[in-house]
Design a protein around this ligand. Sequence first.
Ligand SMILES: Cc1cc2nc3c(=O)[nH]c(=O)nc-3n(C[C@H](O)[C@H](O)[C@H](O)COP(=O)(O)OP(=O)(O)OC[C@H]3O[C@@H](n4cnc5c(N)ncnc54)[C@H](O)[C@@H]3O)c2cc1C
Length: 454
Amino acid sequence: MIALDLLSFLQDYLNIPRVPNPLQPDLRSASLAFEDPSAFRVKSFGELLRALGIFRLCSFPLLVNNSGKLMSVARTLLGRRGFSLLLRPTIYAQFVAGENESEISQSMEKLSMLGLRPMLAVPIEEDLGESTGEKRYDDNMEAMLECVQISHSKAWSKDPMMQLKITALISPELCVKLTTLMAEQPYDLNLLVRAMDGESINFPGLDDREVAHFLCGLQRLNKIAEASVNKVRVLVDAEYTYMNPALSLVTMAMMKKFNKDGTWIWNTYQCYLKESRSLLLEALQLSNNEGFFLGVKLVRGAYMDKERKLAEKEGRQDPIHQCWEDTNDSYNSLLDVMLEAISQKPECYRIIVATHNEESVRQTAKRMEELGIDNDGGSVCFGQLLGMCDHVSLTLAKEGYAVYKSVPYGSVDDTLPYLVRRAQENRTVLQGIRKERDLLRKELYRRLSLRRGS
Ligand SMILES: Cc1cc2nc3c(=O)[nH]c(=O)nc-3n(C[C@H](O)[C@H](O)[C@H](O)COP(=O)(O)OP(=O)(O)OC[C@H]3O[C@@H](n4cnc5c(N)ncnc54)[C@H](O)[C@@H]3O)c2cc1C
């Protein structure tokens, strides 16, 4: 109900007409069939086999549900080196660009040649109980600054982007505490902006040690944002519900400080959350009231299993929509809210439609046509993960849309939580992976019959 009121308010405020979608014939969006197996012609025979093998393994629920435990047992039995030898040519090679600059460069060049834009991601993250120390967070900041520099200097694509996880820079424990405090008393964004500017703020509700760590964390984020303004767009990832409000608070403060003349800092909205609609509408309202540009990464959400288990354990209501169809409705309706806002004020809003779902992609293309939004005007782009649904990415790029491939890099150890999530995701991203498997198989048979024929 609150979300509906807020939507009406925003529609009036932004002058968005409350009319049903005009019935226009499909134009370019109709050609997005995603059936073209030529997307896989650029892959070597080994890469085709690897992808097929990994997607097949990801279809066994027992294996996927226990992938975290299995990986940690394998790491203990094989040792660090042995484990790395096992993972590097298989799941790591499928989903991660590499560890050093030369490996990353190779992967980025390949994407660039295919018309895709690489979006680097340093997948360092922490959950509760894994907190390291201030030194480790400073090292992570250096890694992110290097990521800004690599994204910018190599000129792999127009409008470079990168992803950032706040829990690599501020401890998850503090993010959880801030989330709890914010439920009682919202924090003023200006306090955080002043702390980023170097003022020694005394945040209410935190003890001296926590205040000191928060100030250091905000300074780290400030440095990364300063390095990226006018160069690289920084997309902040969404994580778990028990810390997301704090992550959003910090991200909004960064937007207030750095998004005055352009959309340099972006936030992520997870549509599997029941509250996602109200969160996005509040962000639109805040950006209007505070006068900053809003960049939105729209995703369905990657932490479903853990969120559900935790809610059940704590006797809370499940924060996730009841079924995939409800998540899908939520995704498509928030997509529409953003596209309409963009069509009204194209300079103020940006969206990356971060999904492998063909229907959502097609709907975006269709609405862009209806609303007169340019394919490559900069306000709407698409995002998929490295190693997933290349047929979607390449078809879109061929049709002239801006498509980013999220490219994680780092050591096997650092990317492990990311790899576990990819394995789990390949179970939930059912339709996309099934299609990808069929297309991979077609390409494999095509090559085998060519060999037989010659
Ligand atoms: C560029 C990029 C950046 C991303 N960044 C983030 C991020 O910052 N934070 C984050 O959380 N995720 C992120 N993701 C992952 C994303 O949230 C999804 O997990 C992933 O993209 C799969 O969703 P889909 O829309 O591609 O596929 P689809 O197949 O359409 O949908 C699968 C998704 O639907 C949801 N779902 C599945 N089953 C159910 C069910 N029974 N009930 C309710 N919902 C269900 C889940 O979210 C699942 O991942 C990112 C993805 C991309 C491509």
